[in-house]
Ligand binder design. Sequence first.
Ligand SMILES: [Zn+2]
Length: 152
Amino acid sequence: MPASCWRKPSEFNERLRRAVAERAYQVCEYCLVHEEDAYHGGEVDHIISLKHGGASSLDNLAFACFHCNRHKGTDIGARAETGAFVRLFNPRVHRWRDHFHLQSGPIEAATEVGAATAKLLEFNHPERVALRRILADTGRYPTIEALARMRE
Ligand SMILES: [Zn+2]
């Protein structure tokens, strides 16, 4: 193997993480909290998990806060209120504003995809809503970066 093809895994991961974070303006692509405002920072999420055949490529990666990433786990869908299986919100395919409405703390779903995602990722857990309200009161939520994400 030529030396130019070899990379330490940690270098590759850090470069990929940086690319994913910068593309998302350091904002969680699910709940729109900026990584500087998330207690545990931001992480790289496999939209389609490795377990389900997803790749570690930019078109299958999203920037997610700790809470969204933990609640999403390896899931790719959830049961809707109707009982039907619904795919989760995919930041690479869907526009945030088509599936969610931002209130001054709660995130309301506008579609079945939005509802399934909001429920599974526990967007409106009281502690998360309280944090977003505090951030909103101090002008940190949504951030300019999050507003840019919403417009995309
Ligand atoms: Zn989040």
